[in-house]
Design a protein around this ligand. Structure first.
Ligand code: 5AD
Ligand code: SF4
Length: 443
């Protein structure tokens, strides 16, 4: 029996792509193994968003090379954004790699494995949607849905437009059919994925009919049996009123939005080529909250973008203070090859300054997130059970519509949607108890 092991780095789009790689491999007769050292095919789905992502992967790759020295039959494959960013250089840097492919050519892996080729091969065209491949889902009740590939924005720090190419959207009817099929298989929650999801509909493949993200949400909401729709990530520039209103009107669209801020300084936003300024971002937040007073807002922030002064950074702190995000991913700027900002080397902010700013940012973010989370205490929220708590196996773990993790006492199975009374909150997680009524129904 041919066995494989996939290690995934990076974002949810990579998680999605890995599920499709696995689905494709299983259709070729491969079986998954948990143990890398027992796998005949060792695959890495890589990320290149920050330097740290690169170096983490290289350590794993060296381990795979050691297995291959013991068993020369082992095949090593490297897919994803890092592979795309270095292309054929991967074979010069790591001669033991047999096959490499970018995010647009995952399907070529099957071609390589079924051919008699003994030479290393690389596939780096922007060609297809991985969403067309069969999926092997991590959880039966949750599914990723790739609505588009690529990105037409030009954020000056970001490597993604070069690793995932120009934006192409999948036709709306195809997406609706895919989600219907997933729901028929038991999926209750979908997460729509794209580099800039709310630009969806303007770049439909093969000149197919234009659509809009709000319409996609409405059509998916109409599918019976689908409880939750999430999506990531939207761009503040394209966050229009129709999508904001969809959150308020469509029952299955979750009360959570991840809206990447990146910086609170209009000067830095301009250098980042984010196409909005501080006021416009705050305007969007006001509009979103006007229609959805209880929505959870999360964000991404970069500290130490080239040229960021103390005053710029303080503006970022002010915006985070003012908005009061429910959570934030915070990153130190990392220069990426081939990006516009990587050329601003003379303006790089010293690492110690970045670290000190990061500490101050995290303090504000966590304090505001903890304050926001207190609004849930005393309420009963629907929680989609994912499994047992990571720290206490006698308790359950799940997520609210607001995307808050809840650890709670109760009896339920993964995939159940149960009411949980929230009794405690920190900046990261909620605690609670399954409500008595639900326990009676389950028991
Ligand atoms: N350095 C640091 N953070 C980055 N991000 C993207 N590119 C970089 C970079 N070069 C962050 C952004 C983005 C998130 C996915 O990663 O905040 O929203
Ligand atoms: Fe995802 Fe960006 Fe990493 Fe590619 S580089 S895997 S798009 S986070």
């Amino acid at each position: 029996m041919r066995s494989y092991h996939v290690t995934t780095f990076g974002c949810q789009m990579n998680e999605h792509d890995s599920e499709r790689m696995k689905g494709m491999l299983e259709s070729l007769g491969y079986t998954e193994t948990d143990a890398v050292e027992r796998a005949g095919l060792i695959l890495f789905n890589t990320c290149s968003i920050r330097e740290k992502a690169d170096s983490r992967f290289v350590a794993h790759l060296r381990q795979a090379a050691a297995h291959k020295r013991r068993d020369p039959e082992v095949v090593i494959g490297v897919g994803g954004c890092w592979a795309q960013s270095v292309k054929d250089d991967v074979f010069r840097q790591f001669p033991f790699v047999d096959v490499a492919f970018g995010p647009g050519q995952v399907h070529k892996l099957a071609e390589f494995l079924t051919s008699d080729s003994l030479t290393a091969q690389g596939f780096f065209e922007f060609e297809g949607f991985t969403g067309h491949l069969p999926a092997k889902r991590g959880r039966a009740f949750q599914a990723w849905v790739q609505i588009s590939v690529g990105c037409n924005m030009k954020c000056s720090y970001c490597i993604v437009p070069s690793t995932r190419g120009r934006e192409v959207d999948r036709p709306l009817d195809e997406l609706v059919a895919e989600v219907r099929a997933q729901v028929a298989e038991g999926v209750r929650e979908v997460t729509l994925l794209g580099q800039n999801v709310n630009a969806y509909g303007r770049h439909v493949r093969d000149g197919g009919p234009a659509a809009s993200f709000a319409r996609l949400l409405a059509e998916l909401d109409a599918i019976d049996g689908l409880d939750r729709i999430r999506y990531t990530s939207p761009h503040p520039q394209d966050m229009k009123e129709d999508v904001v209103v969809a959150h308020a009107r469509l029952a299955s669209v979750c009360p959570h939005m991840h809206l990447p801020l990146q910086s609170g300084s209009s000067r830095i936003l301009k250098a980042m080529r984010r196409t909005y300024d501080r006021e416009r971002f705050l305007d969007r937040v006001a509009l979103i909250r006007e229609h959805n007073p209880d929505i959870a807002l999360t964000t991404d922030v970069i500290v130490g973008f080239p040229g960021e002064t103390e005053a710029d950074f303080e503006e970022t702190l002010e915006v985070c203070e003012e908005v009061g995000f429910d959570g934030a991913f915070t990153f130190i700027y990392s220069p990426r090859r081939g990006t516009e900002a990587a050329a601003f080397a003379e303006d790089f902010v010293p690492h110690e300054v970045c670290v000190a700013r990061m500490d101050r940012l995290v303090e504000v973010v966590q304090r505001r997130a903890a304050e926001q989370a207190r609004r849930f205490v005393g309420r009963t929220l629907d929680v989609l059970v994912e499994g047992t708590s990571r720290t206490d196996p006698s308790r359950l773990r799940g997520r609210t519509g607001h995307n808050k993790v809840v650890n709670f006492a109760g009896l339920a199975d993964p995939g159940d949607l149960v009411p949980v009374q929230i009794t405690g909150a920190t900046s990261q997680t909620l605690t609670g108890e399954m409500s008595l009524l639900a326990r009676a129904a389950a028991g």
